[in-house]
Design a protein around this ligand. Sequence first.
Ligand code: GLC
Length: 803
Amino acid sequence: MITNTELEQKGNAFPSRIISFSKDVDRLDFATENDVALQITILRDGLLRFRYSTTGRFANDFSYAITKHASIGYNQLDIEEKEDCYSITTTKIICEVSKKGLKIKIYDRADGTLINEDELGFHWEESYEFGGDIVKMSKVSHDGESYFGLGDKPGHLNLKGKRFENWVTDSYAYGKDTDPIYKTIPFYTGLHNKKAYGIFFDNTFRSYFDFAQERRFVTSFWAQGGEMNYYFIYGPKMTDVVEYYTDLTGKPDLPPLWALGFHQCKWSYYPESKVKEVTAKFRELKIPCDAIYLDIDYMEGFRCFTWNKDYFPDPKRMVKELEEDGFKTVAIIDPGIKIDKNYWVYKEGLEKDYFCKRADGPYIKGKVWPGECYFPDFTNPEVREWWSGLFKELIEDIGVKGIWNDMNEPAVMEVPNKTFPHDVRHDYDGNPCSHRKAHNIYGMQMARATYQGVKKFSHPKRPFVITRAAYSGTQRYTSTWTGDNVANWEHLWIANVQVQRLAMSGFSFAGSDIGGFAEQPHGELYARWIQLATFHPFFRVHSSGDHGDQEPWTFDEDITDIVRKFIELRYQLLPYLYTAFWDYTERGVPLIKSLVMYDQEDVNTHYRIDEFIFGNSILACPVLEPNARGRRMYVPRGKWYNYWTDELVAGGKEMWVDADIDSMPVFIKEGAIIPKYPVQQHVGEKKIEEITLEVYYKKGKEDSQFFEDAHDGYDYTKGRFCLRSFKLTGRKNQLIIQQHKEGSFDGDCKNLKLQIHGLPFEIKTIQLDNETKSLEHLQINGCLTMIIDENFTELDLSGENGE
Ligand code: GLC
């Protein structure tokens, strides 16, 4: 283990003085006397890339993380030579590069605040073990500075005071303190002086981040090879940082709506009769569900792309019948290909020479579920193409709708390091390298190849993929889950943290194994977990199966009722979640936001963990302890309606919120307009002619959006969507709602049912698109309800002397 202690004594090398500088459009090149080269590229006004070389030469510039679709372009770029530094100015920042030591300082252009400053800056250690450099960067960490991000780390949301390692690892039954685990997302957001910036260290070797752990005023990151290559992203809003990072590493396409419904999984449901028994029970008990999963036992001896015909004699028929009952089938595919000379995938891989090899020639052989396996080199584009072709039968012929990629760290059993040896060779898209460099992106490239196959054969429908291992950018191809967790209360806390953290790391489409994968929950824990996951983008129960069942009806009837109530709520909120997902695909806006991201100006949010914002307007806070009838929580600034009681509370303080086992603290931001569908047993069950809009009165203005399309397919990319933008204006005696519609999608919706909460006055007149309507249009059942034409442009509800 490398530490950064007493750096000078440890033989680190540093850049000396700058001896040359040149500028080529958006690229600035600096060279030092001792052959260190620094290349700064200005990608956007607040987005700079820093690349250092210790030899004066740079290797081929290639990254799996950065997307070619990233938006680049800046408004201003000036560079000035000063006595002891070069100063780069854009419209957002000023960046200084010291002539001695290449140290960087970045300031906010508008008010001169120092945002980020190198401590020792770039330096390196020559590693005799690796025959190359360990590249290092250290930056000043300020008192009160907080750090967020880094993917799936299971500890406290604020990373300050901790050191982390990035090495994608199969981590069965991990805990709060296990590091590293399944994913490598070397991106963090720093927050200081209420201004946020991000650092993305795009280096796939084993890397480390130290957030003022070893030295109180230093944050550092380093990797066991490759380049010091990082992106500095200026906000100053945290959401902007995450949005720019997501834009840089890629936004996903819209998933099919069913993928946002409830999914039921177990290791494993087999034979066919068991699968059918489970799906029939969902329908019998009227618990909505959209997807059923087949874990490894559906295969013949765990051979990928085969079926166990004893358990599943006619998969095509089964999948079709499930589909007729509203269930999509999702099947698992692992990377290990069983060594079996009679197995077609193995034979093809061998003939084409597609498996990964040791440095000295033979294929790397490792044990996974099927026994001894070889592993495709997914870093070779030709192998990816072959792999995607393998999905033809599963997807196109049999009709499976989603693929679940697992064990793709790659996990290898019975070896101490749980994965390939370091010397294994990879193509790395024409940049041949060892496993030291390719390990962290192996799972990502498998998911990418899978995505390409599922996409091709699902066409004209949308693909659905889920992966366990990931590197930055994997969100472009797939959803993810947090791996093999455990059925205990601590893991409910961990699930909450991990899904928030993934969202802050650009990977919003994430969830945990509800109820816990290892061991078995009791009913209370299961119910509380369902409640939390109702507000997670990916909503799936999964368990290892050997510790008992985890279907919604496994516990007593009261628990089943609570589970149904929350799954029903999820189905009602689908149009709201889908709108948030559309925003994520368009702008990279995270689907859930930790409180610090929601209101970074309020320092009370900086150490908050449990509460988060689902979409833009729903505040959720899980109950994380047994035997609780409520909890204390922090309600952020602004006014919020208690979802269950409509009570309006003023935030900016901690408060007690009642939440017996059948409830959970949920609040709606005042002024929000939340679209809701009726409860359906699965997406597409009902023709929805009337959509409910829950309108929450506010004195003041608030904008909301509601996006709809065909919920699958690609017509929305040709304009066939319906985007409703609402403007709500509330006054003492008046509420005005304006609607602006865009797009040419014409769905089934004819009417909008407005349910108005918190109106402080009695309505005397109603004007709809400038026509006066009689008060008979109003119904009062719990809250004020009005049904109006879906094409309305303005609704004006006024009280006495309205305005
Ligand atoms: C791994 C996965 C788990 C799966 C099991 C069997 O442990 O993480 O989700 O059920 O393998 O395939």
